[in-house]
Design a binder for this molecule. Structure first.
Ligand code: PMP
Length: 401
């Protein structure tokens, strides 16, 4: 029975993390996994999250009863409002609703499940490159036709916008287009607002379906409104769409699996039927979601004082990332590292696509114990004032190899 099961490939980012932990050499630096680290290189529990957890621990009325299949209402409605803006017209018209799911990945999986089973969609497009899990999630949910649209241009170290538009123009009707709402992973390059308008125009013309993935709201710019601009623009243009929201990064709640899947329809009546189908999907997969993390987020988003404290935390994280970008670029330039390093500071979010190739990235690991993905992606949060000189010198030496 089990004997014929073939060995699956390792998952790069988890394998890299383990290799880092097992490596006895010092100094070593982990720029692989996508998690925030403070300036001492430690995981950071947001003070507002800690405070909320303490309040919850003292609440004798909280219990461990099941949540409803679609999760905590106070969470999903606040999460949806955070994404679309509290005064969005879709709320007064009853066109949008959210569903609590298992973090961003679970949101994408539920979305893919719905699009495949209910709408019978079969083709999806991801940016080239993208967060590698998009492909696995969508094919596991039943999509047979996986395609890419051009995105990264290694020559300019920016977006190949013409290529992207050309690919969207030739996509078949009803293709699902996965779009990173902000802080594109892995490149750190987002379209400008003008470019988003053009993307929307082509998608409307070609009847393509927008599937937004919002894993970094607030993290990208420190401003939750700005980071939701693209999604809100598409909503204002009247698209029916889905958006997967993760609260792993912006609340530092990685292992609590807090996510929301937002549905925006263009007619109020369909929402009831859609919800009923999602309910059956969830029931058949994991029955109902966990409470703890979603309750933390709901408590914070629904309390003006805590909400402000959370926004302050986001600013601390995004500012630190920004300052490490500046420091890394500064040092690379001071060392006279060949090539332009402007992209390090123009990219946003947690990740930077350094432009190092697979061989160079492996060299960084083998010779300098600086762990990074083969694609050349580094997590800026892995840098801190103590290791940035070391990493810059490692990049310099690697390029001059
Ligand atoms: N989408 C993108 C683009 C991501 O970078 C991530 C996190 N690495 C996710 C979705 C989902 O992460 P999670 O399931 O941990 O919320």
């Amino acid at each position: 029975r089990f004997r014929n099961v073939p060995q699956g490939p390792p998952i790069e980012v988890f394998a890299l993390n383990k290799a880092f932990l097992d490596d006895p050499y010092e100094p070593k630096v982990n720029l692989g996994a996508g998690a925030y680290r403070d300036e001492k290189g430690q995981p950071w529990v947001l003070p507002v999250v800690r405070k909320t957890e303490r309040l919850m621990a003292q609440d004798d009325f909280l219990n461990h009863e099941y949540l409803p299949v679609l999760g905590l209402d106070t969470f999903s409605s606040a999460a949806t409002a955070l994404l679309l803006g509290e005064d969005s017209h879709v709320f007064s018209k009853g066109l949008a609703f959210g569903v609590q799911v298992l973090s961003g990945t679970g949101a994408l999986r539920m979305a893919a499940e719905f699009l495949s089973k209910q709408l019978k969609y079969n083709t999806f497009y991801v940016s080239d490159p993208t967060w590698e899990n998009h492909n696995l999630v969508f094919t596991n949910a039943g999509f047979k036709d996986a395609r890419k649209y051009r995105y990264w241009d290694p020559k300019t170290r920016g977006i190949d916008f013409e290529g992207m538009i050309e690919d969207l123009k030739s996509a078949p009707e009803d293709s699902v287009i996965i779009l990173h709402a902000c802080a594109h992973n892995p490149t750190g390059c987002d379209p400008t607002q003008e470019q988003w308008k053009k993307i929307a125009e082509v998608m409307e013309e070609r009847k393509l379906f927008p599937m937004f993935d919002s894993a970094y709201q607030g993290f990208a710019s420190g401003d939750i409104e700005k980071d939701a601009w693209a999604v809100r623009y598409f909503v204002d243009k009247g698209f029916e769409l889905l958006c997967a929201q993760s609260f792993a990064k912006n609340f530092g709640l990685y292992n609590e699996r807090v996510g929301n899947l937002t549905f925006v329809a263009n007619c109020k009546e369909v929402a009831v039927a859609v919800k009923s189908q999602v309910t059956l999907s969830v029931r058949g997969m994991y029955s109902n979601p966990p409470n703890h993390g979603a309750r933390i987020v709901a408590t914070i988003l629904n309390n003006p004082g805590l909400f402000q404290e959370w926004k302050d935390c986001i600013k601390i994280m995004s500012r630190r990332i920004h300052s490490m970008r500046k420091e890394l670029r500064d040092r690379l330039e001071k060392l006279g590292t060949p090539g332009s390093w402007e992209h390090i500071t123009s990219q946003i979010g947690m990740f930077s696509y350094t432009g190092l190739n697979a061989k160079q990235s492996e060299h960084m690991i083998e010779c300098f114990h600086v762990y990074m993905l083969k694609s050349g992606r580094i997590n800026m949060c892995g840098l801190n004032p103590e290791n940035v000189d070391y990493v810059a010198k490692a990049i310099y030496d690697t390029i001059n190899e």
